[in-house]
Design a protein around this ligand. Structure first.
Ligand code: PMP
Length: 353
């Protein structure tokens, strides 16, 4: 494995108040950098003080958005260990995103090693309050200065770390969601299956409008027919109808979430039927009318489980489980957060020290 050069900063930063950590607002003392060019491939891995980077104004990422990223978390356990949750999955997905955007692939094992080394350098930054964690953001940008539209020849991979507070300070909170009828997040054949920066740019306007109308997020439908459910905000989505759990199949425009995969595996192990298939808003509305729509929840690294208490679709209000937290949603949340923090036995070997 390549050696990672480490330069420790002399003036360590002041750490934020652990009780008031907002998502993505604070960054640790150091960051990891790794460069790519056609001659040397990925080279010069180094950990340096966190700070601004130098980019030419013509850097291709600034013009054509050749940028991919990942999001994962490290947790402090009660017995002083640091655990990562299924990080190999994030490394695999980073390479899937790379392939889709014509970015050179990375050595997954080496980048995971680099992330672990960086976390170890900044381990004092991992918060230890209930529900807190260290959010890890690896990303790759095209740095070559050129205004031609093509794959760049030069890239930089960076990893930054951010201590984050509990997503829910007082237990799970069901949210109100607007079913989006004008905007689309992704189309089949587009970038939806990649964790590409541009997907998030495409989503912001709908999110702003939903917030203004009093909803926490939007439910994305398929871009072609606006009939089938795809994702909720930047989370995957699950419906429990008459005892069966249904989640949209990975159809070429949905991001394959690590949490989604974990939930399917847990539910299957618990003997609950999970269907990965197309599910339309008509079917959901019918289930609501039949009183068989039992639970709806989003899944993702940030919140793990985000129960949906209300869907607003086509002037129709769908209240789920009286707006309360579903039993299965709570059980999944407790199990996954328990495994992540070493409180529930990790029988599936999902955590990595
Ligand atoms: N969909 C989108 C669009 C996302 O950005 C995320 C967050 N990475 C997810 C789903 C959930 O993925 P994960 O469970 O891996 O966080």
């Amino acid at each position: 494995m390549k050696d990672i050069q480490i330069s420790i900063r002399e003036d360590l930063k002041q750490k934020p108040d652990q009780d008031h950590l907002e998502f993505g607002q604070h960054f640790t003392d150091h960051m990891f950098l790794f460069d790519y060019n056609s001659e040397q491939g990925w080279h010069d891995p180094r950990i340096v003080p966190y700070g601004p980077i130098v980019l030419e104004p013509a850097a291709m990422v600034l013009h054509y958005g050749q940028a991919v990223f990942e999001g994962m978390k490290a947790f402090n356990t009660n017995n002083g260990n640091v655990l990562l949750f299924r990080p190999q999955k994030n490394m695999e997905r980073l390479n899937q995103s790379n392939r889709r955007l014509e970015i050179p692939e990375i050595d997954e094992e080496f980048i995971l090693h680099a992330i672990q080394t960086l976390i170890n350098v900044d381990k004092e930054w991992i918060p230890s309050g209930k529900g807190t964690s260290l959010y890890i953001r690896p990303f790759i940008i095209a740095t070559e200065p050129c205004l031609g539209v093509r794959a760049a020849h030069n890239y930089q991979l960076l990893v930054i770390l951010s201590p984050v507070g509990a997503y829910y300070s007082e237990g799970l909170e069901p949210v109100k969601i607007n079913v989006e009828s004008s905007y689309s997040r992704a189309v089949r054949g587009g970038l939806g299956t990649a964790k590409a920066a541009g997907n998030y740019a495409a989503s912001i306007k709908a999110q702003t409008e939903a917030k203004e109308a009093g909803y926490s997020q939007v439910l994305w439908l398929d871009a072609l027919e606006r009939k089938y459910v795809e994702e909720v905000g930047s989370m995957n989505i699950f419906f429990k109808i008459n005892g069966t759990v249904i989640t949209p199949e990975l159809n070429g425009s949905i991001l394959a979430g690590v949490t989604r995969d974990s939930i399917i595996e847990l539910l299957t192990n618990w003997g609950i039927t999970v269907e990965e298939r197309r599910i339309s808003m008509d079917e959901i509305y019918q289930a609501h009318k039949d009183h068989t729509l039992e639970e709806v929840f989003g899944t993702g690294t940030a919140a793990v489980i985000s129960p949906v208490g209300e869907l607003f679709w086509d002037d129709r209000q769908i209240i789920i489980n009286d707006g309360c937290i579903g039993e299965l949603s709570q059980q999944l949340y407790d199990t996954i957060t328990g495994i992540q923090t070493g409180m529930v036995p990790d029988t599936l070997q999902w955590t990595v020290q």
